[in-house]
Ligand binder design. Structure first.
Ligand code: ASP
Ligand code: MG
Length: 448
């Protein structure tokens, strides 16, 4: 019989291991695994994380620009690829990187197994090209971890439940795969590795003195992502917020601590020596060049016309962003309605609107792709007056003309001429004193 003291000691030890052993989901984007060297670099990092005593699940994107190259190839073969075959093609990109990463890890002395999205239990709806995850059954991943393996999962893909068709989640979807897996496995953290050190107060490619944000609430991150900050996929942030998954966005090229995206705004408050530091008023500036502005001119100012216009747009499957209706020009009984939508959806929306012109009775349509959107985001706006005053004064001092304005509780957005957008971003960044002392490091790639 063993001595009671020994028992106590053993118990203590196992309690300690249980506490420090974490389940980490790590996601590496295409720029982190763009060649064999990159794959080996990532493999070393993953092995280190396991050696530190953690269970590690890795989600990978396709190598470098593979997805774009596959899209180009398909376009050379046909201009009307069946959506099902497109998903078969695109899902191959992630299969390449997952297998190579597993090989590299095995070479470095740890053991890894790779899994396709369907093997990993990513169940989606059947909308090819932009499928949504409806369930995750990660039992094969759990078993692999229990056997001491590192599990590598192909990002961006899944399978429908009943018909077992292969689907993809839409561009940039690997982030969402990682968060969904982290939620299903009840991981302690989901680490999103990219080619910058974290989330910055503005795109460091535009504002070289942008500063890294240490912590941000998922509410603010949602607004940043929706406003064009390309570093995280919007759906991944929504998913993380809904399931309470803490995200850590960091660089795969450095060991630096990145940005924590925390599900609750309260988590953001740092307690230092018993003092709660208030969160900053502004978290950052985002910009977006991917939208066009449509103005429907001379709409009869009577009930039902706006509804008719937006029904037409909805039927064309366009996602509207900002909407502005002017006061009706005195005496004419007509008004103008402007809105923005993604440039890629512009042509379809215009065709649909033109077809509906006789019925709705507007005079004409103006369409402008030469616009850009700038957004200032910060949860502190709710309780701090004067933010809009500073914002519009800075734009006016910089001589920037505003086309449209829209706001939420924690965001102010404006549309300007595309050529003035970078200047506008820098002016706003400066006016809110977001500039840091040193230049931000961009390790390469495009921010994805
Ligand atoms: N490879 C896919 C894409 O480029 C998914 C991803 O990178 O997240 O869209
Ligand atoms: Mg990619």
């Amino acid at each position: 019989m063993s001595l009671p003291t020994t028992d106590v000691k053993t118990e203590d030890l196992s309690a300690q291991t249980a506490k420090t052993k974490q389940l980490i989901v790590q996601k590496f984007g295409g720029s982190s695994v763009s060649d064999a060297e990159g794959i080996k670099r990532v493999a070393r990092r993953v092995v280190d994380a396991q050696k530190a005593g953690n269970e590690v699940v890795v989600v990978v994107s396709a190598m470098g620009d593979t997805t774009d190259e596959l899209l180009d190839l398909a376009a050379q073969v046909t201009d009307s690829a069946p959506a099902r075959e497109m998903d078969m093609l695109l899902s191959a990109g992630e299969r390449i990187s997952m297998a190579l990463l597993a090989m590299a890890i095995n070479k470095f002395g740890a053991s890894a197994q790779s899994f396709t999205g369907s093997q990993a239990g990513m169940i989606t709806d059947g909308i090819h090209g932009k499928a949504r995850i409806i369930d995750v059954d990660p039992h094969r991943i759990r078993t692999a971890l229990d056997k001491g393996h590192i599990a590598i999962v192909a990002g961006f893909q899944g399978m429908t439940r009943s018909t077992r068709e292969i689907t993809t989640l839409g561009r940039g979807g690997s982030d969402t795969t990682a968060v969904a897996l982290a939620a299903a496995l009840e991981a302690d953290v989901c680490e999103i590795y990219t080619d910058v050190d974290g989330i910055y107060t503005a795109d460091p490619r535009v504002v070289s003195t942008a500063t890294k944000i240490d912590r941000i609430s998922s509410e603010e991150m949602l607004e940043l992502a929706a406003s064009g900050a390309k570093i995280l996929h919007l759906r991944c942030v929504e998913y993380a917020r809904r399931f309470g998954v803490p995200l850590h966005v960091r660089s795969s090229f450095s060991q630096n601590e990145g940005t924590w995206v925390l599900p609750s705004a309260d988590d953001k408050i740092t307690i230092q020596e018993g003092v709660a530091l208030e969160q900053p008023i502004i978290s950052g500036v985002a910009h977006d060049r991917s939208e066009a502005k449509v103005t429907v001119v001379g709409v009869p100012d009577i009930p039902g016309k706006a509804a008719a216009i937006f029904q037409v747009i909805a039927k064309a499957h366009s996602n509207i962003d900002m909407i502005v209706q002017n006061v009706s020009t005195h005496g004419t009984g007509r008004t103008d309605i402007s809105f923005t939508l993604p440039i890629v959806e512009g042509a379809d929306a215009l065709t649909a609107l033109r077809a509906a012109q006789p019925e709705i009775g507007f005079e004409s349509i103006e369409y402008n792709e030469n616009v850009g959107k700038l957004s200032l985001i910060g949860a502190g706006m709710r309780s701090h007056p004067g933010v809009s005053a500073t914002f519009f004064k800075a734009l006016s001092d910089a001589g920037i003309n505003i086309n449209m304005i829209s706001t939420s509780e924690i965001r102010i957005s404006v549309v300007t001429h595309a050529d003035l957008l970078d200047d506008a971003v820098r002016a706003i960044h400066k006016a809110f004193e977001l500039d840091g002392e040193s230049e931000a490091t961009v390790y390469g790639g495009t921010g994805r």
